[in-house]
Design a protein around this ligand. Structure first.
Ligand SMILES: Nc1ncnc2c1ncn2[C@@H]1O[C@H](COP(=O)(O)OP(=O)(O)OP(=O)(O)O)[C@@H](O)[C@H]1O
Ligand SMILES: [Mg+2]
Length: 256
């Protein structure tokens, strides 16, 4: 059985990366899959969204070598989320220091793939990366490590900015750096058909990206409440529209 790596990325902040990573991770786990969510963002919000606290695990994951002792140490950082099938690997501000180490040591683009491949033996179906709103050594290596990338983008004017940069990074990695993964899709978020801005942005995205555009996630206050409570949308209200939308995204991912 092979482990699929999915990276959630957009260098723009506040576009729903963490919300999508956590919802998809729990969606996949609820479908019977074994999932590990790795928080590559120094803000450490994946853990808090699951009701836990940020911790330094990712710093070690990104900077340690591959000896059996180091692997055992890293395995001890895998945390059970309290939900069947869903583990997470916590990060915190120290992840920023890992970025400096990666650059100083000039680690190869493949270094994150190599770091996480030690977990492939653990019967994991999916590894998901939540990433920070920036471009840097970690984001590049996280995309390179991924089989599939989801790019959440808010349906607001100027949202195309961040989107363009991630997509450009992906094509450079594909064309020049032998990245073998691909874009799973662009995920429009904060969609609100009542506003002209939201509709116009979605129309524009449709024209530009066509088949790569996924079904939008509507703006929903409940998603904000979930994050604050440390519970996922499937726990707070599994029948609401946001839960159905993230369940549909989960089904799509399962078919890939
Ligand atoms: N569809 C939505 N409707 C309403 N609120 C949402 C939606 N998706 C996410 N949110 C809320 O918007 C805020 C930003 O979302 P989130 O943290 O997922 O974005 P992010 O891209 O991970 O941000 P960052 O770039 O800072 O990591 C959070 O408070 C979250 O609860
Ligand atoms: Mg985030």
């Amino acid at each position: 059985m092979s482990t699929r790596i999915i990276c959630i990325a957009n260098q723009k902040g506040g576009v729903g990366k963490t919300t999508s990573a956590v919802s998809l991770a729990h969606g996949l786990a609820r479908s019977g899959k074994q999932v590990l969510l790795i928080d590559l963002d120094p803000q450490g919000q994946s853990a808090t969204a699951l009701g836990h606290g940020p911790e330094a695990g990712v710093f070690y994951l990104l900077t340690m070598g591959e000896s059996p002792q180091e692997t055992a140490f890293l395995q001890s950082w895998m945390r059970f989320s309290g939900r069947e099938g869903l583990q997470y690997f916590p990060g915190d501000q120290q992840t920023m220091a890992a970025q400096t180490v990666l650059n100083a040591q000039d680690r190869p683009l493949s270094s994150i793939r190599e770091s996480v491949s030690r977990f492939f033996k653990q019967d994991l179906d999916y590894i998901l990366f939540d990433t920070a709103p920036s471009v840097g050594g970690i984001q590049e290596r996280a995309v390179w490590a991924a089989d599939l990338v989801i790019v959440p983008t808010a349906t607001e004017f100027l949202s195309a900015d961040g989107l363009g940069k991630v997509l450009r990074m992906m094509s450079i990695l594909q064309e020049r750096k032998r990245w073998r993964g691909s874009l799973l899709g662009i995920l429009p978020t904060f969609y609100d058909e009542q506003t002209r801005e939201s509709k116009a942005t979605l129309d524009d995205l449709r024209k530009r990206f066509d088949a790569s555009l996924l079904a939008p996630i509507h703006r929903a206050t409940i998603l904000r409440e979930c994050a604050a409570e440390g519970r996922t949308i499937f726990e707070v209200d599994p029948l609401c529209r946001a839960a159905k939308e993230y369940a549909a995204l989960t089904q799509l991912v399962l078919k890939f």
